[in-house]
Design a protein around this ligand. Structure first.
Ligand SMILES: [Zn+2]
Length: 66
C-alpha cells in the first residue's frame, strides 16, 4: 500500500493502481489523483518477486548509481 505524500491529497493506492517508472531521478509513481511524484525503492523478494517500498523524499542515490 502506498500513500500519496502530497499532503492535501494523501490518497492510498495499491501497487496495481499505479505505474512505477524511472524518470531519471530514481523509481517513482505519479499519484493517479493529483499527479504528485512519490519515490519508491525496489526490493527483490525471497521468492523472486519484485517488491516496492515507498520512501521519504527522493532516493539518496543518483541516477548513475545503478
Ligand atoms: Zn495524490
Amino acid at each position: 500500500m502506498f500513500t500519496c505524500r502530497n499532503q492535501p491529497c494523501g490518497e492510498q493506492w495499491e501497487m496495481s493502481d499505479v505505474v512505477i517508472k524511472n524518470e531519471g531521478q530514481g523509481l517513482l509513481f505519479r499519484c493517479p489523483m493529483c499527479g504528485a511524484r512519490n519515490y519508491v525503492e525496489r526490493f527483490d523478494g525471497e521468492d523472486g518477486s519484485v517488491l516496492y517500498e515507498q520512501i521519504e523524499g527522493r532516493p539518496a542515490t543518483g541516477p548513475m548509481a545503478e
